[in-house]
Design a protein around this ligand. Structure first.
Ligand code: NAD
Length: 488
């Protein structure tokens, strides 16, 4: 009905500093109720063309501003988002299904910090200079922004991951066309409303909403977009590599994971158990860095399992806006079904489900009966070759298995196609260094999880990605370097 459609939130693309309507729209669901509550532009070639044109036009002025001028604008934008932190957190929770607590303490503060961090780091880069006295030459490097950057982000940490790309891209002097996930577009749209006030010139940040197949691919194929920074699945990354190959585009790819936790006999379980619960189930297990294979040394295996399952059962699943809730809703009905199907496959293979899906019952508040919820699920007696131990599930499902020796566990931890993040639990200093050195993983956390220093490289090995992001790494990705030789 008209009355109903009027109540829907309707987003518009943001091109050349203006909100512009689109000729067709997609439905966006509230994952905790199952209702359509928002309409998202279903952009395609035409909209992407307009956005790239605006970004190209803005490039000469933006790229010639000093790093300090750009830094001040980024800081202003950070302040404005922070000022509206609660509104952003509410919107992110409603749009994505994550708990309000997670949005308030992780997503939005990090989005703010991304701008502050790159506003600062851009002031501190230096270029190189060498001397070749015998030739009478000095060599030095110059770095310059590349042009229009295409930024494509996923639905799990919407504003957090989008700003992790926008901030370094514009700090370096590029202009951007961003395409957030069609499932979580609201906070990017809210951010667009603050750009003018922050002093971001028109056309520097353009946001085009829509699907990957239409809007995303139009951006990847556009000849005037020389670099693409993508975070999402490995499958989509393969498609992006293929589609961008004819243009030889520069790509940064942050992809999936199948992250191991290795718990040695001498681990401090009072730290390890609560942290491993978070690393398995935080944000409904929908973080690329989440643990999904837990290797526990034989001597403490049964004790670990008993305590881990008991604690998981205490997690409260329900309305994401309830601040006492630990886990909210999964992103979509399709995704929930996919995650559930993995649990069924494991059971069919003879694995045991110790708690959660299919074992315990989930009582939901009346308003959330149609939401996409499931309980934290722990699987054991599962073979390393099983799909639950090999494929990224990206939901609240984690497997626990036993191991005997250090040598054995390193080999088993490395025996997947991914290599993003690992955690190692031990009080033996020598061992944590040895194991960390040998794990095929872009990040190794020992006796902790998700502690990040944005100065240092972030990214994955093997099928988990190509390239790294971080202070220096993002600067290198988003700039073109030139080596100049002067003979005197
Ligand atoms: P996805 O690959 O389906 O989509 C990611 C983005 O790409 C979306 O904006 C989507 O619309 C777009 N897209 C889809 N097809 C496209 C195409 N053909 N051309 C251009 N763009 C296209 O991933 P998702 O389901 O949104 O996110 C979950 C995945 O992201 C998981 O695999 C997760 O591990 C990964 N992830 C990785 C990191 C990391 O930093 N390594 C962080 C978060 C999520």
């Amino acid at each position: 009905t008209m009355a109903h459609s009027k109540a829907l939130l309707v987003l518009e693309n943001f091109i050349a500093g203006k909100f512009v309507p689109c000729s067709s729209y997609l439905n966006s669901y509230n994952p905790s109720t199952g209702d359509v509550y928002c309409r998202v532009p279903d952009s395609g070639k035409e909209e992407v063309e307009a956005a790239v044109k605006a970004a190209k036009a803005a490039f000469p002025i933006w790229s010639s501003k000093s790093p300090l001028e750009r830094s001040q604008i980024l800081n202003k934008l950070a302040d404005l988002i922070e000022h509206d932190l609660e509104a952003f957190a509410q919107a992110e929770s409603k749009d994505q299904g994550k708990t309000i607590t997670f949005a308030r303490t992780v997503d939005i503060p990090r989005a703010v910090y991304n701008f502050r961090f790159f506003a600062s780091s851009i002031l501190h880069h230096t270029t190189e200079c060498t001397e070749m006295a015998t030739m009478g030459c000095v060599h030095y490097t110059l770095r310059a922004p590349v042009g229009v950057a295409g930024l494509i982000s996923p639905w799990n940490l919407p504003l957090y991951l989008l700003t992790w790309k926008i901030a370094p891209a514009i700090a370096c002097g590029n202009t951007v066309v961003a395409k957030p996930s069609e499932m979580t577009s609201v906070t990017a749209w809210m951010m667009c409303k603050l750009l003018e006030k922050a002093g971001v010139p028109h056309g520097v940040v353009n946001v085009v909403f829509g699907t990957g197949a239409k809007a995303g691919e139009a951006l990847v194929c556009h000849p005037d977009v020389p670099l693409i920074s993508f975070t999402g699945s490995t499958l989509t990354a393969q498609r992006i590599m293929e589609k961008s190959a004819p243009h030889c585009k520069r790509l940064s790819l942050e992809l999936g994971g199948k992250n191991p936790a290795i718990v040695f006999d001498d681990a401090d379980l009072s730290q390890c158990i609560p942290t491993t619960l978070r690393s398995s189930f935080a944000n409904q297990g929908e973080i690329c860095l989440c643990t999904s294979r837990i290797f526990v040394q034989r001597g403490i295996y049964s004790e670990f399992l008993k305590r881990f399952v008991a604690e998981a059962k205490k997690w409260k699943v329900g309305n994401p806006s309830d601040p006492t809730v630990d886990m909210g809703a999964l992103i979509s009905k399709e995704h929930l079904e996919k995650v559930r199907s993995y649990v069924k496959k494991a059971q069919a293979e003879g694995a045991r489900v110790l708690c959660g899906e299919g074992v315990d019952s989930l009582a939901l508040p009346t308003g959330n009966q149609k939401g996409y919820f499931m309980l934290p699920t722990i699987i054991t007696e599962v073979k390393d070759e099983s799909c639950c131990m090999q494929e990224e599930i990206f939901g609240p499902v984690t497997c626990v298995v036993a191991f005997d020796t250090e040598e054995e566990v390193i080999e088993r931890a490395n025996s997947v196609k991914y290599g993003l993040a690992a955690t190692v639990w031990s009080s033996n200093v020598g061992r944590v260094h040895r194991v960390a050195q040998r794990l095929q993983s872009g990040l190794v956390w020992t006796n902790c999880w998700l502690v990040r220093d944005l100065n240092l490289p972030f990214g994955g090995m093997k099928a988990s990605g190509i390239g790294r992001e971080g202070a220096k790494d993002s600067y290198e990705f988003f700039t073109e370097v030139k080596t100049i030789t002067i003979k005197h």
